[in-house]
Ligand binder design. Structure first.
Ligand SMILES: *Cc1c(COP(=O)(O)O)cnc(C)c1O
Length: 423
């Protein structure tokens, strides 16, 4: 099996398939690099959360920065999800994909006044406020529009999520959230401002979390704050516990979403808050292992110290290795051929030594053959750039035996559209 635990991406007759569609055929039809996603894999990841919250008041708000392509958002909107957004642009995407504004929560440390006004006019469900100064500005913007902004305070519980420092967000040294010690004062201030309506509490401790303990610790810290805030007469209708659950990139063993929530909800029930509405903001765990990126081998370049396998996908398509030294599985799309396996660094055409997709990989490949970069559904296309004037890849969403092109390949003309010569 190519993808442990991911039956939707599998081999059939030796060839890699996404659901019932052969990857080779998709690459021939749409070219490479090409992202291919399985709708069933997304829905089955979502189902684990839905099982975890069965019988509860809960809303799953897909953290769309993980993959904000319209076709992907549409899948989650149709499945009843809300959305966790971090910009006004993301709000426009939600609405374009058929999502409901009232099911949108707005996170992020740097919301502008214009974004606040846009979200207030659209009628979003909640602003997750990340600082005391943001609170004052949001109050002023809401009053200016004759509206009241529903708010949660994002608290920084100061727990170590034991993940990569760049994707850890719940420690004191992070820019995110209001410090635990300041939370109570911030809620008192929020409750006193006429342009705001306090509706909940929010916390998000990091990303690619593969252990249960940081979540349990954070939940204890959040519930301590719920006790303290409600003792002030401020009622919290919902508890938003963020996202961050990891996926299996390389033998990682994160807890299943339903098993994790069974433990967390036991804690919540024991402390008497089981009747509240729960919100969560999962991103990576809903889409990460639902996608792969197909790339063609351009050249093999043997060397004294290293052999390079140069492919047509690069750091602009798959930025995670360059940004976080992240690991993605890389496998041939076709059946194993006769060529002997060699150890390669798999690299792209971009003019940067940081442009690598995988190091020291055993591969039996020839130029012209296709490789699949696995676990590429999250934080790949949404982070893609045009560096080296490379057009962004095309994307296909597979649903059973049907393949929908959800993004056409970007041309150089597309890239130059907003630019002007000097005169
Ligand atoms: C990025 C982010 C998420 C989603 O994180 P994942 O690791 O993709 O689940 C959720 N909430 C907030 C506030 C975020 O910034």
């Amino acid at each position: 099996m190519t993808h442990p635990g991911h039956p939707h991406i599998h081999r059939q007759g030796g060839e890699l398939h996404v659901e019932q569609v052969g990857v080779e055929r998709l690459a021939r039809e749409h070219g490479t690099p090409l992202f291919v996603y399985s709708k069933a894999a997304m829905l089955s990841a979502l189902a684990a959360y839905q099982r975890g919250f069965a019988g509860r008041k809960a809303r799953i708000c897909y953290a769309m920065k993980a993959n904000s392509s319209l076709g992907v958002l549409q899948v989650f909107a149709q499945a009843g999800c809300g959305f966790d957004i971090v910009s006004g642009g993301e709000l426009e995407r939600v609405l374009a994909a058929g999502g409901q504004a009232s099911h949108v929560i707005f996170s992020g440390v740097g919301k502008t006044r214009a974004e606040m006004a846009q979200a207030l006019r659209a009628g979003i469900g909640c602003f997750n406020v990340e600082s005391e100064s943001e609170l004052e500005v949001l109050d002023a913007v809401a009053r200016g529009l004759g509206l009241r902004a529903p708010v949660s305070i994002r608290v920084n519980p100061n727990v170590d999520a034991k993940t990569h420092p760049y994707i850890s967000t719940g420690l004191k040294g992070n820019k995110f959230g209001v410090a635990h010690e300041r939370t109570l004062a911030t809620y008192r201030r929020a409750a006193s401002l006429p342009g705001l309506e306090v509706v909940g509490i929010d916390c998000h401790i990091g990303s690619q979390i593969t252990e249960v303990d940081p979540y349990l610790d954070a939940m204890d810290r959040v519930l301590d704050l719920v006790d303290a805030v409600e003792a002030q007469g401020i009622r919290l209708r919902h508890i938003d516990f963020g996202g961050g659950l990891g996926i299996d990139y390389r033998g990682d063993t994160p807890p299943a979403a339903d098993a994790l929530w069974e433990q967390l909800l036991a804690k919540v029930d024991a402390r008497g808050y089981g009747d509240r509405e729960f919100m969560i903001e999962p991103g990576r765990s809903l889409v990460g292992n639902a996608g792969l990126c197909v790339t063609e081998v351009l050249y093999l370049k043997p060397g004294e110290q290293k052999n390079f396998c140069i492919v047509d996908a690069a750091m602009n398509d798959l930025p995670r290795p360059a940004m976080y030294e992240a690991y993605h599985g890389i496998v041939p799309v076709g059946p194993d051929g006769a060529s002997p396996a060699t150890t390669y660094d798999v690299v792209g055409p971009v003019c940067e030594s940081g442009d690598w997709l995988g190091r020291d990989r055993e591969l039996a490949v020839q130029p012209g053959q296709l490789l699949a970069v696995l676990s590429a559904g999250a934080y790949c296309m949404s982070m893609a750039s045009n560096y080296n004037t490379r057009g962004r890849a095309a994307e296909v969403l597979v649903d059973g035996s049907r393949a929908h092109l959800i993004r056409a390949r970007e041309s150089a003309q597309d890239q130059m559209r907003m630019e002007r010569l000097v005169g």
